[in-house]
Design a protein around this ligand. Sequence first.
Ligand code: HEM
Length: 350
Amino acid sequence: MPKTRAGVDYGEYLRLGQLLSCQAPKSAERGQPAHDEMLFVIVHQVYELWFKQVLHELDSVMALFREDSVDERSIGVAVSRLQRVTEIQKVLVDQLRVLETMTPLDFLEFRDLLVPASGFQSWQFRLIENKLGLRAEGRTARERIPVGAASPSLFDLVESWLERTPFLEVSGYQFWARYAEAVGTMLANDRRTIETNPTLTGAEVQAQLAELAQTEASFAAVLDEKAHERLRAEGRRRLSHRATRAALFIHLYRDQPILHLPFRFLTLLVDVDELLSAWRYRHALMVHRMIGTKIGTGGSSGHRYLLATVERNKIFTDLYDLSTFLISRSALPPLPPEMERRLGFHYPRE
Ligand code: HEM
């Protein structure tokens, strides 16, 4: 490629000399090259490059949320960067298909040469988990890498940002008392529907009422801080009560202009978490077909260990759970005009 006007050369700019000399299959060193090892090396390297980009985006989002006050523009930037992260994650999930063109038998040609190297040792992957807010308690000893663990995670930063949201107290308006009334009406309707349903047997009515009682208990935790703290102590909630309420308010009134970007931001956090779970699950399936029930080169139980991480390593579970507490738009308490005004965008008349 000819040099550009500024004198920058394609290969120099991208350091292709270095980049393309970083593939050193072990089987070639052994003197019996295994054809598919090149693919194995390159696919892993491409993942690590994408991990680097994801970290770059996460760092910038976290820097925005470290500020004492996060303005609307910053949330807009955070939204577009997290959107980019999710697009990269989709590529990461899809990319496993390329590696799956290698058959299990082809993999066996060089697998033993890799011991004890393993994805366990991908410190960038651990850093992504740590920065997002995966807690050390959830990890097994082998997974624990202290990288980035000390600084506040994105989870912590989002929690403090939510706790600081001011709009829940406007001129004495008791939003939560109104919400409790609306929930009470909704649950009473549900109870009546169950009790008067002629198609249910007595036992079915009892079973459905027991489920309803659980839903009532969940709502009680949103309405009562002590109940919420009990769930937190049991590890069933992580987000503080105040932050949970703010997140719920944002979900309920997301049609208000000022809450729309915060709503998209919270939704993207769930997207990132969900796509990470999708990757974990997809990787576990690939591992199963590649090595069956053998143990991993890093010493874990292999695909069974990986499957367990799908549920265990979710980070923003509290945000998923918020849907439990949504009530329909028609049942939402109307906001007082002063609050509507504060949550809207206002342009001066010409
Ligand atoms: C033939 C393909 C692959 C096989 C058979 C495989 C197998 C495994 C196994 C068995 C584990 C559990 C740890 C252990 O005992 O070693 C693991 C973990 C891991 N692998 Fe893979 N892997 C493959 C490809 C990939 C690729 C392409 C990536 C992309 C970076 C990757 C990233 C990881 C990561 C990050 C972990 C740690 C996951 C965690 O602990 O939550 N693996 N892999």
